[in-house]
Design a protein around this ligand. Structure first.
Ligand SMILES: *[C@@H]1O[C@H](CO)[C@@H](O)[C@H](O)[C@H]1NC(C)=O
Length: 442
């Protein structure tokens, strides 16, 4: 590289570093609370009912939404009636059903119906299966600003409830969950109780989830993994050209989000790897200036829990995300919060992604509060507390991230930072040549 270009590059890097990490952090003497009990739910009272349970919605392609619910009665129809005024349903959609058996457990009938086209940023009223209560949802906006709520490793304890209550108080458009939903841990009725616990939020805003280790529930010779998860939490994988519910992507209001699978093959000869390459090549940064990725096992983690578990996936896939200019990577798995600088290959890099671990939604296993010493150069903020994150894409160049601790049941904002997009900082253009080379090469 000519000297002048190298110097200009260095100046740009320094400038970006300063710009990107203009931040305010607080670190006080905080006494960490213990885990809380798993909540108790009584499900027997609902046996053989046509009433919809566990209603949740998810984005299903541009201007479409998938409505999913469970009935214990088999004959209940998979229809969703919907419209823009309460009690007046001008449209109706017909869906599909599935169910599964797991040892002595038999699931209810699981319904999935896609509704739309829907207008952006609008309230719709809807009813599932022709009866039962009316639900209300809000579609995401079609342009900036858009706000995501983020919480991973949820479970169903008193702390989960606290996290959900705090998310419910925030003004957001889409919930993103980087793995570990119910902590059913093979007890299938806990998938039902989790569905009931999250219904008030998940029936009102789309929940976009990817799988964690607690979704696997495989039994050698008897059960492949992810049966319950795939049946209940169907995500738009077909809509995004993927052949597996374990990885997919979606686009909403200027954001392309890639939901990867830490528990699907990711090596260079895998389907997931080929799909990721193809998906990244389809990204148009004029349409979606922000590129996000979510998966369960973090690549940048300085907690002693789950050390280096993400290394193999990272060495396979980090070069692709870097070449494409991924802005922010969100992971779970470690029950604590950590935020990095922009990093690549273990070192800070102004054109790398900001990595955030947010596996502290409130599960019964409690917090992971041992950290490696000294703090790695790339780690900016780390703390073992329950909480949730909010990511507001303000415009094509600026996003505001904040992490809210469930401090004594009050959502305290504990970490916050403005993040500037790689598109606005010139990284994506600079890497265009490298991107094509990396992505198109066989
Ligand atoms: C984007 O938002 C930031 C933060 O509010 C603001 O400073 C900046 O001027 C905005 N950029 C444009 C092009 O509107």
């Amino acid at each position: 590289m000519p000297k002048a270009a190298a110097a200009a590059n260095l100046m740009l890097c320094l400038f970006l570093l300063v710009l990107t990490f203009f931040e305010i952090s607080t670190a006080d003497n905080y006494v960490r609370p213990p885990p809380r009990q798993t909540l108790h739910f009584d499900f027997r009272s609902k046996s053989s009912s046509k009433l919809p349970q566990q209603v949740h919605i998810s984005l299903a392609g541009n201007n479409y939404m998938r409505v999913s619910w469970v009935t214990t009665d088999k004959s209940s129809p998979s229809t969703v009636e919907y419209g823009k005024s309460p009690g007046e349903y001008s449209s109706i959609a017909e869906g599909e059903t599935t169910s599964y058996k797991y040892l002595f457990y038999k699931s209810g009938t699981i319904h999935h119906s896609v509704i739309g086209p829907l207008e952006p940023n609008s309230i719709y009223y809807y009813r599932c299966g022709g009866q039962g209560p009316e639900f209300q949802l809000k579609t995401p906006p079609s342009k900036f600003p858009i706000t995501f709520a983020v919480a991973g490793d949820m479970g169903q304890t008193g702390w989960t409830k606290s996290t959900l209550d705090h998310i419910g108080q925030c003004n957001y458009d889409v919930h993103m969950l980087p793995g570990d939903l119910s902590y059913a841990n093979y007890l299938q009725h806990r998938w039902d109780s989790f569905g009931e616990l999250v219904q008030p939020l998940a029936s009102a805003r789309p929940w976009m989830v990817t799988e964690g280790n607690h979704e696997e529930e495989s039994i050698p010779l008897l059960k492949d993994g992810f049966e319950s998860y795939n049946a209940r939490w169907k995500m738009p994988f077909e809509e995004s050209g993927s052949s597996s519910n374990l990885y997919y992507s979606f686009e909403v209001a200027g954001v392309h989000a890639i939901m990867l699978g830490s528990y699907a093959d990711y090596e260079e000869d895998s389907d997931q790897y080929s799909w990721l390459k193809a998906d990244l090549l389809k990204v148009d940064r004029k349409r979606t200036p922000w590129l996000l990725a979510l998966f369960h096992v973090p690549w940048y983690n300085s907690n002693t829990a789950h050390q280096r578990e993400g290394d193999r996936m990272m060495s396979a896939m980090e070069p692709l995300l870097y070449a494409a200019g991924a802005d922010i990577v969100l992971a779970g798995h470690v029950h604590a919060y950590e935020r990095s600088k922009r990093v690549y290959q273990g070192k800070s890099d102004p054109c790398g992604a900001v990595h955030i671990t947010i596996g502290d939604g409130g599960n019964q296993e409690g917090l992971a509060n041992k950290y490696k010493d000294p703090v790695p150069e790339w780690s900016v903020f780390r703390e073992a507390s329950f909480g949730h994150g909010e990511l507001k894409m303000v415009n094509s160049s600026h996003a505001f991230w904040s992490w809210h601790r469930n401090d004594d049941d009050e959502p305290v904002r504990s970490d916050q930072v403005w993040i500037t997009s790689l598109v606005s900082s010139g990284c994506v253009d600079m890497k265009n040549y490298e991107l094509k080379e990396k992505l198109v090469a066989p």
